[in-house]
Design a binder for this molecule. Structure first.
Ligand code: AMP
Ligand code: TRP
Length: 334
């Protein structure tokens, strides 16, 4: 039997997901599900490195799981689960913490960013976050990790930790590769198009959420910041707003930038914005319908949560036991 390669990725349940998350991550995930053995995790343990409201965290985690499925991930084919339901993540993270140097953690740009944003709460978890992320990935002998550009540094560190461990104890971990999709790798903020579109943006007009109603989507695109060059051309340096709209339209329609420039040559920005908005509305419509249906089906979602946590637990035990044995933990007597 040919064994499929393993994919692991995750998102933090820290708010409704954006068009950036969808085009940069989720949409790529759905195209990989037939070819690979995939695990898609809702990383609630990572989320608490920043203070969370408990009720909101629980709601966001469930909504994110439902959005994964609504966006096309098949829960029978992929393992979709909560990180906190599989204790192996925390167990392996502790071990990997002991193989990660402070010098390495000091260089992580996400830590620098987040600690400057949350200067009142620079906790040890925020600092060792990358060791937990390494544990997520290495726990399943992952081959491929689909991520956005911003997570490349964490993946590099994961590879270094895995190689370090393998050098000391012999072949244990698979060394994972990153997988960064070609299109939609970086969707920008609609109001400040030099910044990436982010869940945490304060300005509601800056981000499109997966759950936005058609009229909200249209309104946000109409208000999107452009320029006064008055041509529809992909030129991120001089026309970041228009270039962002072109890349969104390209990610959705599959058309190249040149094809789009030709399609809209001589057209005004107003017309182009409406066309982009319509393409987004159409791609999100079936996802939103499915999302609303799934929200009503409590027992089906509960079943998925239980079933997939069991599958992930089962898979994680094999590698965890191997690691524990290699480092010299006494075996459990049954
Ligand atoms: P986060 O929202 O930071 O938890 O990111 C979840 C996933 O979505 C990661 O793989 C990110 O790289 C990806 N992602 C987040 N924001 C964007 C964006 N604006 N454009 C493209 N991909 C993104
Ligand atoms: N750190 C990732 C982010 O903020 C989320 C994440 C946690 C992740 N563990 C992971 C992504 C493992 C890929 C693989 O987006």
């Amino acid at each position: 039997m040919e064994t499929k390669k393993t994919i692991f990725s995750g998102m933090q349940p820290t708010g409704a997901i954006t068009l950036g998350n969808y085009l940069g991550a989720l949409k790529n995930w759905t195209s990989l599900q037939d070819e690979y053995n995939c695990l898609y995790c809702i990383v609630d343990m990572h989320a608490i490195t920043v203070r969370q409201n408990p009720a909101e965290l629980r709601k966001n985690a469930r909504n994110l799981l439902i959005q994964y499925i609504a966006a096309g991930l098949d829960p029978a084919q992929n393992i979709i689960y909560y990180q906190s339901h599989v204790s192996g993540h925390a167990e392996l993270a502790w071990i990997l913490n002991c193989f990660t140097y402070m010098g390495e953690l000091n260089r992580m740009t996400q830590f620098k960013d987040k600690s400057s944003k949350h200067s009142e709460n620079i906790n040890a978890g925020l600092y060792t976050y990358p060791a937990l992320m390494a544990a997520d990935i290495l726990l399943y002998n992952t081959d491929l990790v689909p991520i956005g550009n911003d997570q490349k540094q964490h993946l590099e560190l994961t590879r270094d930790i895995a190689e370090r461990f393998n050098t000391i104890y012999g072949e244990t971990f698979t060394i994972p590769e990153g997988y960064i999709g070609k299109v939609g790798a970086r969707i920008m903020d609609l109001q400040e198009p030099t910044k990436k579109m982010s869940k945490s943006s304060e300005d509601k007009n800056a981000t499109i959420l997966l759950t936005d109603k058609p009229e909200e989507i249209l309104k946000k695109f109409k208000r999107a910041v452009t320029d006064n060059v008055a041509t529809i051309k992909y030129d991120p340096e001089n026309q970041p707003g228009i270039s962002n709209l072109i890349s969104i339209y390209s990610a959705i329609t599959g058309k190249s930038y040149v094809e789009i420039e030709n399609e809209f040559s001589g057209s005004g920005y107003g017309n182009f914005k409406i066309k982009v908005a319509e393409s987004v509305i159409e791609i999100l419509r079936p996802i939103q319908q499915k999302y609303d249906e799934l929200q009503k089906d409590k027992s089906y979602i509960d079943h998925i949560i239980k079933d997939n946590a069991q599958k992930a637990n089962y898979q994680s035990q094999k590698i965890l036991r191997k690691v524990q044995k290699k480092i010299g933990f006494p075996s459990i007597i049954r």
